[in-house]
Design a protein. Structure first.
Length: 218
């Protein structure tokens, strides 16, 4: 079972998501939180696999809560929910450690599948959010020096895999593209994360954008 904590300051949103997710045979909602501060506490106590995190909340917003959860080295993956596909917090939340983004108007099936994808360690970015992310890095211009320097730690094949991860391809899709076994791709991804000191695939994608390995249209 995938254990989920729902964080939102609106009762109807929390209850609605709980009903939708508890109806799934492989997902269990283990708790709810009304703001970021309560979310940080409940993650420590309940140890969920996935945290559905609203961005805009009183007391402590989702961005700050995500930072604290990741800083505490919690195993929970944060899936951020937002009403706006051009939310200015998109870039900051991904850099803070969120594993993906979904819009709040996602269907029940999309929500459940999003939870499964993030729980499995994959990145999840809504297409409009991906475009926003690329545009943000394009606006920033030159690559971030630390990211650029660390590319040298990767082999040529690992760099190739990193680019494909940043483009949103799954392990299976990367394996088909490179004509290798999916287990080989998993090994490459694991080594990339270890070498670069990254938490998950989403952080790897952010790194690739910052190092300018991926650019608009690239």
């Amino acid at each position: 079972m995938i254990r989920v904590l729902i964080v939102d300051d609106q009762v109807m949103v929390r209850e609605g998501f709980s009903v939708l997710l508890n109806a799934m045979p492989d997902i269990e909602v283990v708790g709810e939180a009304v703001d970021g501060r309560q979310a940080v506490h409940k993650v420590a106590v309940l140890r969920p696999d996935v945290v559905l995190m609203d961005i805009r909340m009183p007391e402590m917003n989702g961005l700050e809560a995500t930072r604290e959860i990741v800083a505490a080295d919690a195993d929970a993956k944060v899936l951020v929910l937002t009403t706006f596909d051009l939310d200015e917090y998109v870039y900051q939340a991904l850099r803070a450690g969120a594993s993906g983004f979904l819009l709040k108007d996602a269907s029940a099936g999309q929500l459940a599948e999003g939870v499964r994808i993030v729980a499995s360690g994959e990145a999840l970015l809504a297409p409009t959010v991906t475009k926003r992310l690329i545009s943000e890095f394009s606006r920033l211009g030159s690559p971030r020096a630390p990211a650029q320097e660390r590319i040298g730690d990767l082999t040529e094949r690992e760099t190739e895999v990193l680019v494909l991860v940043a483009q949103g391809l799954s392990n299976g899709e990367i394996a088909a593209h490179l004509v290798v076994a999916e287990s080989t791709v998993k090994t490459h991804v694991s080594r990339i994360l270890v070498k670069l000191g990254l938490r998950d695939r989403t952080q790897a994608a952010v790194f690739a954008y910052e190092a300018r390995l991926v650019t608009p249209g690239g």
